[in-house]
Each structure stands twice: as structure tokens, then as C-alpha cells.
Design a binder for this molecule. Sequence first.
Ligand SMILES: Cc1cc2nc3c(=O)[nH]c(=O)nc-3n(C[C@H](O)[C@H](O)[C@H](O)COP(=O)(O)OP(=O)(O)OC[C@H]3O[C@@H](n4cnc5c(N)ncnc54)[C@H](O)[C@@H]3O)c2cc1C
Ligand code: SF4
Ligand code: SF4
Length: 306
Amino acid sequence: MHHPRSLSEIVDNGLCLGCGLCQAIAGRDQVAMDWVDPPGRLRPVIRQRLDEASERAILATCPGMRLDGAPDPVRHADTVAVDPAFGPWIRVWKGHARDESIRHMASSGGALTALAIHLLEGGTVDFISHVRADENRPMRSRSHVSRTRDDVLAAAGSRYGPVAPLDRFTELLDEGRPFAVIGKPCDISGVHNYARHDPRVSELVRATLAFSCGTFADLDCSRQMLERVGFPGGAGGEENLSLFRYRGYGYPGPTRAVDGDGRVFDEDVAGGCPPMACDVKQYDCQYFFAPPSCQPLLPMLSFSQR
Ligand SMILES: Cc1cc2nc3c(=O)[nH]c(=O)nc-3n(C[C@H](O)[C@H](O)[C@H](O)COP(=O)(O)OP(=O)(O)OC[C@H]3O[C@@H](n4cnc5c(N)ncnc54)[C@H](O)[C@@H]3O)c2cc1C
Ligand code: SF4
Ligand code: SF4
């Protein structure tokens, strides 16, 4: 495989991680994230010939092309330690949200939700860019902008399926207001890659928060869960869902599907989230997770110096 020279080659060579940054860069009239289904994953579709500047920017910033955690002179002081596996690090803290309701509903202690609320309410940022369940199709997820505590709470919890957190990233920069981004390490890598291309990122993105990540699963994996728990319509029952939660509401919390009549279908996640235990999860991501590519991206949060 030669180094990809176009967006199509990134996707065709299995390097795309589905983050949506290419859509944000080129605009939806040129590139739109869409479903490849089956197996149920998000990939960019080229709708019209890409202009050269956009394609160059995508090749330079797509996290499928560049996933590293090199020290960054803007964000890291000279004195920051650099671990060959984990990248730059300052200190390791252990903790959880002190607000018991956040801790209960969030995925793993609620630190991300609590930090996001702290950044908002303390005035460090005007909004948070992250993801949440799609209200109309709850098995799917979408990028989301939170401007209030309630918005942030509505997006708490891990979404182990496909989502394109960066699909509106350049629109958010256009707002010219300070914000924070929560995402997988590869999403955050896309943000830092784009910072080298657009100076507004260093000025406006005041914090990036990532969680440790060991891949995500295609929609087919969630469909298999519906089948296993006897959900109405089985694997094809997505239309009957009123809620689909991977876990949370207690640790680890079950994977939960709720139908239109409010009937609850739970699957225990002890030993791993069931949709993640599926054998059709992202090949591309597994490829990247093979050490050491993804490992340097594990640091959980980083604040810009402003
Ligand atoms: C796909 C995926 C794989 C993971 N793999 C591992 C693993 O292998 N080992 C491990 O120890 N932990 C893993 N985690 C992390 C773990 O599930 C928790 O997300 C993490 O510990 C943070 O918990 P929290 O309670 O602080 O987050 P919360 O307070 O619940 O907040 C979660 C935040 O993450 C955002 N978010 C949720 N899903 C996604 C997504 N798919 N893409 C981008 N942003 C998202 C939400 O919008 C929310 O802001 C994974 C999480 C995900 C989403
Ligand atoms: S920018 Fe994101 S969505 Fe676009 S090709 Fe790269 S990884 Fe895939
Ligand atoms: S394992 Fe790495 S490359 Fe795969 S989704 Fe998670 S952060 Fe992205």
C-alpha cells in the first residue's frame, strides 16, 4: 500500500475511523458521512469532485493518516515527561464525579461529564463538542453541542457504536467562541492535527478530553444484541426502539433496549459490553489499535495554555 493521495484512498485502504473531520473540512456538498450498511458503519461519501485545498487539508489532518501523540510546544511545557507508549504526560490522577447522580448515570464514574460541566459553569468555555444518542434513532449516535448542564447530562455515557464527532468541527470554529471537545483518542488526534492547519483551534479549543478506547462496534453488533434479548422485531427491530443505552446507570450497568411501550430488554455487560463482544466490530479500528499506533493517545485530558 502506498501512502494515500486522496480521501478515496484513505477509505479504500481501510484507514478511515469515521470521525467526520473530512466532512467538516470540505462541506457537505462535497463530502457527507453516510452509512455503509451492512455492517452499519459511518464513512465519508464523495458527492462531487473535491477542491484541491480541501483534499490537501484532509490528507494532512485526517486521524486515519496521522495518529500520534508527539509533544506539542503550544500545549506542553518543556518539562513535560514523554512516555514512549503513552506520549506526553504530567501526572496521573484517580477520581470520579462527586455528584452522585452524575456518577450513577455516566459510564465509568462521570469524570468527563463533571469536567465538562465545570468548564462550562466556570466560564472557561461556552460550549462542549461531544456526542449523544440520536433522539429519533436511539441505536445510532450523533455529534452534539452542549451549552448547558442539562445538555451535557443528556450526552453522558459511552456510545460504543459508530458516530462522527467532528462532522461539524469547522462550523464550531466559525462561531469564534471558546469550547472543549470530548472524544475518542483518534477524534482528539484529528483535533490536534487540524490545529496545525488552522490557528483558530489553538485559540478556541480550550480543552480536549479523551477516554481510553479499545475500538467500537458496527451497528450489526447492536442488532445482534436485540436478537439475543428477544426484542420485538429481533435484529431488525430498530424501528421499535425508544431507547438504546450501551451501559451506565450504575457500574457497569446493562446494555438496555426499550420498546415503544416502555418494555425493557437488558443484557448484562459483565465481562464486556455485549455489542463490543461482537465479532464484526471495526476492522479498521482494530488495525489501528494494534500497538503502538493508538496507545500514545491515551492521556485523558489536555488543556490549552490560554
Ligand atoms: C467506543 C468506546 C470504547 C471504549 N473502550 C474502552 C476500553 O477499551 N477500556 C476502557 O477502560 N475504557 C474504554 N472506554 C471508556 C469508558 O467507556 C468511558 O467512556 C470512560 O471511562 C469515561 O467515563 P466517564 O464516566 O468519565 O464518561 P461520561 O461522564 O459518561 O462521559 C462520556 C463522554 O464521552 C462522550 N462519548 C461517548 N461515546 C463516544 C464516542 N463513541 N465517541 C466520542 N465521544 C463519545 C460523550 O458524549 C460524553 O461526553 C471506551 C469508551 C468508548 C465510547
Ligand atoms: S477525516 Fe475521519 S471520517 Fe474522514 S477519512 Fe479521515 S478518519 Fe475517515
Ligand atoms: S481504538 Fe483507537 S483508533 Fe480505534 S476508535 Fe478507539 S481511539 Fe480510535
